[in-house]
Design a protein around this ligand. Structure first.
Ligand SMILES: [Zn+2]
Length: 426
């Protein structure tokens, strides 16, 4: 729903030096823990070029709830990172069919559109089809890691150049269509492990307890701030005894400390993916404290509750077995000799695919990683360099490196539409 008139366009750009010069010989001190970092988020609610699937799929209240949960997860985890969002300044509605239908493709147009919101964490909400329409929502969220060449910089003066680029996070915008089935319904027990669903989506339970995926932005935002999954790969594809057994290697990879860390997403070189995807390329993973986890599909695919897990043994033709109980599960496999591995995954971790706590939380290592990425990653530290609320951090960051030279300040109501797709903004 469009509210208010489109303001007259008044194009102007301000060159803003981002920090005091930080020369190569300057010693940059570590950022003190516990000092709050502010990250401004731009929510881009998309529709097709013809205005199809217009605003209204994602309500402002739903958007705010996703952001609220993200902030709650950060706060409860002691991250001291705050996601700032103000409807007037940080919400855009954009017509762009290619980006609206993003599904791990069309990175060029998407990166270019993301470059139009300098200094912000850009989140694309794809308004693909109204809930219940039967039209897909283009899959789940993800984050694309791109060079930061924002509008207003040397190589992106108008916003139309192919060099214009920024990272972005993709979310579905059909809020009520993002549902997680956690546990099998137990006779006589009305609610699942998280109590009643609070989404207002009118979700009803039948065979499974269902919850609107309230933590999805916290999860995708975790990726944006440099976090891998708690399990290996870009999705949890290990769901059989055979798959777990074939994944196992008894020795740690370079850079990991635990022999069963092979089941984690933890690695300085990114997860050891053989799922045929390159979706994690570009990341530099350093989280070392999340518990080994193979993913949540192992539960649902085998008709097991992910939160209050039943006692059950899985076998298949591989000869491997997995014993489940309420505490975790044990893999009995052969790899050279007999291998027994106990797993107690953190079912409350945001970066898992479990949904067993409201809100989900980040581990201390994940928190440290996010803070480090915000300061040190040149494709992220502009979030702190360019935000006046983070001015205290600039002495800890080399804000003068990278492609960023200056950026455009785009006041509310005066957005110059650099590519004709941005048609209103409030
Ligand atoms: Zn993920």
């Amino acid at each position: 729903m469009k509210r208010g008139a489109i303001a007259a366009w008044a194009a102007f750009a301000l060159a803003v030096p981002c920090s005091a010069q930080a020369g190569p010989l300057q010693t940059i001190q570590p950022v003190p823990a516990g000092v709050e970092m502010h990250v401004r988020m731009e929510a881009v609610i998309l529709s097709d070029d013809d205005g199809g699937n217009p605003a209204g799929v994602l309500s402002l209240a739903q958007l705010r709830e996703w952001i609220h949960v993200f902030n709650s997860s950060l706060r409860l985890s002691g991250a001291h990172i705050v996601i700032d969002f103000t409807e007037r300044a940080d919400l855009a509605r954009v017509r762009n069919t290619a980006v609206n239908r993003l599904a791990h493709d069309s990175n060029g147009p998407a990166a270019r559109l993301a470059s139009h919101y300098p200094g912000k964490m850009v989140v694309f909400f794809r308004a693909y089809g109204p809930a219940g329409s039967g039209i897909g929502i283009t899959g789940n969220g993800y984050t694309a890691y791109n060079p930061y060449v924002p509008l207003g910089s040397k190589d992106c003066k108008t916003g139309k150049e192919s060099a214009c680029s920024a990272s972005y996070t993709v979310m579905p915008s059909v809020y009520c269509g993002t549902v997680v089935a956690t546990d099998l319904v137990k006779p006589g027990r009305k609610y699942g492990p998280l109590g009643a669903d609070r989404s207002g989506c009118g979700i009803t339970n039948n065979q499974w307890y269902l919850y609107q995926n309230f933590g999805q932005l916290a999860h995708e935002g975790g990726h944006y701030l440099g976090l891998p999954h708690t399990f290996p790969g870009s999705y949890d594809f290990l769901s059989t005894p055979s798959a777990l057994q074939s994944w196992y290697q008894g020795t740690p990879r370079t850079g990991t400390k635990r022999s069963i860390a092979i089941y984690d997403g933890d690695s300085p070189n990114g997860p050891l993916i053989s799922d045929g995807s390159n979706l994690m390329s570009g990341w530099n993973f350093t989280v070392l404290d999340t518990l080994p986890d193979v993913g949540a599909h192992l539960f649902a695919d085998n008709n097991l509750s992910m939160c209050r897990t039943e006692t059950k043994t899985l076998k298949d033709s591989s000869g491997a077995t997995i014993d489940f109980d309420g505490r975790g599960y044990t893999l009995h496999a052969t790899y050279g000799g007999a291998v027994t591995l106990h797993f107690q995954p953190d079912k409350a971790n945001v970066m898992s695919y479990f949904l067993c706590k409201r809100p989900m939380t980040y581990s201390p290592g994940q928190v440290a990683t996010m803070r480090s990425v915000l300061v040190n990653d040149q494709q992220r530290n502009y979030l702190l360099c360019d935000d006046p609320r983070d001015s205290a951090f600039r002495r800890y960051i080399n804000c003068s490196t990278g492609a960023r030279v200056f950026h455009v300040i785009v006041p509310h109501g005066s957005t110059p539409p650099p590519n004709g797709h941005v048609y209103t903004r409030y």
